[in-house]
Design a protein around this ligand. Structure first.
Ligand SMILES: Cc1cc2nc3c(=O)[nH]c(=O)nc-3n(C[C@H](O)[C@H](O)[C@H](O)COP(=O)(O)OP(=O)(O)OC[C@H]3O[C@@H](n4cnc5c(N)ncnc54)[C@H](O)[C@@H]3O)c2cc1C
Ligand code: FES
Length: 257
């Protein structure tokens, strides 16, 4: 399911709201087949403008799939996302997806660790797995995503919501005997720090969701390379964006950020 079932279609925007400053929730009517094929962790490529700029589409995690529409959560960080944030409800945008490889949905308890907008994919994931605890970290409460009803601990760097500190500070609160699987998503330095601070026996049971700069989104341009453990590169768009944490060369990846 999922892989090789992508479609390129117009999708009507049925909802758009700015629920945090500069952070938007958008629902796109992609149809039942698209939604049935979407797996947690997969992404879409959106043509943010019908005009000549920008040339390439922009990738976004499928935050949640409903029966015939999907939801994305995005932050306006540059020209492409600013254009997308200006699309009106009722208009259509071109959407390619579902793309890439999502999470291995293994049995057992899950710990979800998200930094900032990295948690955008967690609403969909928690409906598929036994989530025992979610840890969320952000620079301030303006960047802390609301999440579904799960056991949650949050922390902000400025102390404006939850504890003050870094997300790695929350790892001391985890009851490790209830955890079998870990999902981590966020900036590279944050993911590396989390992986360095979890008990060693969990490294082979940790999956990360990567965000690399992308061109095509389907394996042709090699613009999304991520250093692979042991040498060489992985393609974020087709080998991922979800990867086993131990398949990544974290030193080399952090070095190119
Ligand atoms: C698989 C995948 C899933 C993603 N899911 C989400 C999501 O759910 N929500 C969300 O808000 N964003 C997500 N992103 C990041 C999003 O695609 C970028 O923020 C967006 O493409 C920026 O476009 P822009 O034209 O606005 O910014 P640009 O003008 O191109 O760049 C503005 C700034 O954003 C940075 N940036 C651009 N692209 C990326 C990227 N891919 N990763 C990290 N930083 C980037 C640039 O370095 C620059 O500092 C995802 C990226 C990938 C690869
Ligand atoms: S974005 Fe083109 S190969 Fe991955």
């Amino acid at each position: 399911m999922g892989k090789n079932s992508e479609v390129d279609r117009d999708a009507v925007v049925t909802l758009k709201e700015e629920f945090l400053p500069g952070v938007f929730r958008m629902c796109l009517e992609t149809g039942e087949v698209f939604c049935a094929n979407a797996e947690p962790g997969q992404f879409i490529q959106i043509e943010v403008s019908p005009g000549p700029f920008p040339v390439t589409r922009r990738p976004f995690t499928i935050s949640r799939a409903y029966s015939s529409s999907i939801e994305i959560i995005f932050e306006a960080v540059g020209r492409g996302t600013a254009l997308l944030s200006g699309v009106e409800t009722g208009s259509a945008v071109r959407v390619l997806g579902p793309l890439g490889s999502g999470y291995e949905l293994n049995n057992g308890g899950w710990l979800l660790v998200g930094g900032g907008l990295g948690a955008a994919g967690f609403p969909g994931l928690v409906s598929y797995v036994d989530c025992r605890l979610m840890l969320l970290g952000a620079s301030s409460k303006d960047k802390l995503l609301p999440v579904p009803e799960v056991s949650l601990l949050s922390i902000t760097e400025d102390g404006s919501s939850g504890r003050k500190g870094l997300i790695t500070d929350l790892l001391e609160s985890v009851q490790w005997d209830s955890v079998s699987n870990i999902a981590v998503c966020g900036p590279v330095a944050m993911m590396k720090a989390v992986i360095q601070n979890i008990p060693a026996e969990f490294s082979s049971r940790t999956q990360i969701s990567a965000e690399a700069r992308m061109g095509c989104g389907w394996g042709a341009c090699e613009g999304c390379s991520i250093p692979k453990a042991g040498g060489g590169y992985l393609k974020c768009c087709t080998d991922g964006p979800v990867f086993p944490a131990d398949s990544i060369d974290w030193e080399r990846w952090e070095g190119i950020h």
